[in-house]
Ligand binder design. Structure first.
Ligand SMILES: Nc1ncnc2c1ncn2[C@@H]1O[C@H](COP(=O)(O)OP(=O)(O)O)[C@@H](O)[C@H]1O
Ligand SMILES: [Mg+2]
Length: 208
């Protein structure tokens, strides 16, 4: 049971979260580690409905409402997926988690971190990822990768300065929590990044 690990992937759209999630899935499978994979916002039937609302460019929501919807989705994911799976000894890997709320709603939109922290304590009750992989990438690189791939969602369509603030808040969070974060230069070669991720996963497997 104590073998269970909770890992989150963070970074701008186009940083490589989905790509490296696939790598992590393969690595864990090779090690014979039972794992479940999820994403935020979403990951549950209700959460996916909230995701549709949150990413829809036609959605109008005040800042606090947007933040509360993010945490509503998170509460559902924690209660019905993350806690039960960890209790069953499984590894849980999530494409985004609470650091994204601090980065997007906090850094990007300007919701004070103290307000977000209140909700974090409410829904997480001390639950934190064992490892958060921050895929840090210059905005231009992320943009170029996404070019023409699909229509931008409600966050992707934000202006450049919004995304710069998101990136800086992610880096600030990493600096404040160095024991939890692994910050990787996501503009480097895939193989080099994956080597670092594999090493971190192996260390996590050996720990405790
Ligand atoms: N290190 C990298 N070098 C080159 N291309 C990359 C790298 N990481 C991701 N990509 C490409 O960038 C695009 C966006 O990656 P993706 O994993 O979907 O990012 P995210 O899930 O963070 O939005 C994909 O086409 C992917 O193949
Ligand atoms: Mg993705």
């Amino acid at each position: 049971m104590s073998n269970a690990r909770f890992i989150t992937l963070e970074g701008l759209d186009g940083a490589g979260k989905s790509t490296h999630l696939t790598f992590i899935r393969q690595w864990l499978q090779q090690q014979g580690i039972d794992a479940v994979f999820t994403r935020e916002p979403g990951g549950t039937p209700l959460g996916e409905k909230l995701r549709d609302i949150l990413l829809d460019i036609d959605t109008d929501a005040t800042l606090d409402t947007e933040t509360l919807l993010m945490f509503a989705s998170r509460q559902e994911l924690i209660s019905t997926v993350i806690r039960p799976q960890l209790a069953a000894g499984k590894w849980v890997v999530s494409d985004r988690f609470t650091d994204a709320t601090f980065a997007y709603q906090g850094g990007g939109r300007g919701v004070p971190a103290e307000r977000i922290a209140v909700l974090e304590h409410w829904v997480q009750q001390g639950l934190q990822p064992h490892l958060t992989i921050l895929l840090d990438v210059p905005l231009e690189v992320a943009r170029a990768r996404l070019e023409g791939s699909r229509l931008p969602d409600r966050f992707e369509q934000e202006r450049e300065d919004f995304h710069q603030r998101v990136r800086q808040m992610y880096l600030a969070r990493a600096q404040a929590n160095p024991q939890r974060f692994l910050v990787l230069d996501a503009s480097s070669e895939l193989a080099a990044i994956q080597q670092r991720i594999a090493a971190a996963l192996a260390a996590l497997q050996d720990a405790g």
